[in-house]
Design a protein around this ligand. Sequence first.
Ligand code: AMP
Length: 512
Amino acid sequence: MRRPPSMNENLFAALRDNFPDPDCCLIETGGGDIFTYGDMLLRSAQYANALIGLGVKPGDRVAVQVGKSIESLMLYLGAIRSGAAYLPLNTAYTPSELGFFLGDAEPALVVCRPATEGETGAVSGAAVLETLGDGGVGGTLGALADMASEEIEDAACGAGDLAAILYTSGTTGRAKGAMLSHGNLTSNARALFETWAFTREDRLLHALPIYHTHGLFTATNTVLAAGASMIFLPKFDAEEVAGLLPRASVMMGVPTFYSRLLQCDRLTKDTLAHIRLFISGSAPLSPDVHSEFEKRTGHTILERYGMTETGMNTSNPYDGARRAGTVGFPLPGVEIHIADPETGIELEQGEIGSIEVRGPNVFSGYWRMPEKTREEFREDGFFITGDLGRIDDQGYVNIVGRDKDLIISGGFNVYPAEIEAAIDAIAGVAESAVIGAPHPDFGEGVVAVVACKPDGTLAEEDVVSPLGSVLARYKQPKHVFFVDALPRNAMGKIQKKELRDLYASVFQPPEN
Ligand code: AMP
């Protein structure tokens, strides 16, 4: 059944209201090949029909562990059009991690790369298994799509119907499948299109992975909502991106993209004359990179904040001051408040507390985890993000760290972001991560892990002594460790759990 256009809240049906003429460009490859809106309408319909032909029904999960390509993007859109729930998986997952996701999600269809067909088949249970080549070429699903019809009625969906399941990165504890609805994705795409002033003239440089909310929804859905286009790259390579930026008008990236671009000589004001906006998110952008980028390019990076469970929540303003170290204001339709982590009661303006979000962007819960879902929502519908922050007197949201990264030393709360900012300001420091390690006396002791700039070497004293005059004693690191680089995941997030495990026994007396 197809609902009348205005009634069908299927993400694809909602976004297509604003698609331009079919011969307009949707995707340009690094090599300059063009894939139009018309091509996308046909190819995504073929994937939708191929899925339906394989027995996939609305609401069924379609788990996809393949490389980034135009074809895999079309598969995403085909799944949405067919009413299935799209479930992207990072190709870096091992067979045992994959086994967990597939066992939990019970997909009707699993799509993997031809090279991993054997190991995927061993953990795919009752699901139908098909393959899709990494560059989109080769594989059985692509071949089925080639033969499928180019006509389709987008499945009739309500705003609350399931569109996708994204497993949270699972860097702490067991990974949870966040259930995102058609309404969640549509409302966020529209809010971002408006907030970031996208038009059909825009060409986004897309070098993010598409198994994560940032590249899949924030980047792609916003482009589709605007009827704009993108330069679609299989991965981020700083030199390649610097060379292609003159053809783009907007770039979205994680902070690492920006620090790496700063190492490229060809990144100059002249080559970026055509760009109107650089956006950063998924991890904190250091104020240093923010100001260096501005000095070098004349562009003030716009930082925003979101997460798998909610899509985007806040953004620095398009028009107005983009403040380094802040994530700006709530998006239209999104409510943010800072609450007491224990009671959920809203705190006075300026106080640090739990960042909580309510709005049409907020997911409905974790897949088959009703208990966990209940724990993460307040009774009035606010979702507990797990981030700690404050709202300053001008309304800008500042994130001070993850709730679980909070250090409690001798009964005092220590917010790692504050200590990291103080350490990063010391000459010779490239970056730092501050963690708590079990301490026999204080409960937890503050530990700093520091990476020096390439030309610098520092000793513990060089870090500890300048902090003496800027931080209260209980906040000062009791140990400083030096590393070449901090451990990060593909989205640029520092893996604090890894560091906590590594330095877990620094305050423990040696065993005899
Ligand atoms: P994910 O679900 O993988 O997108 O991770 C979401 C988490 O990334 C958030 O809960 C924040 O802890 C962090 N995050 C996202 N954007 C920012 C930002 N601009 N600044 C600081 N942390 C961020």
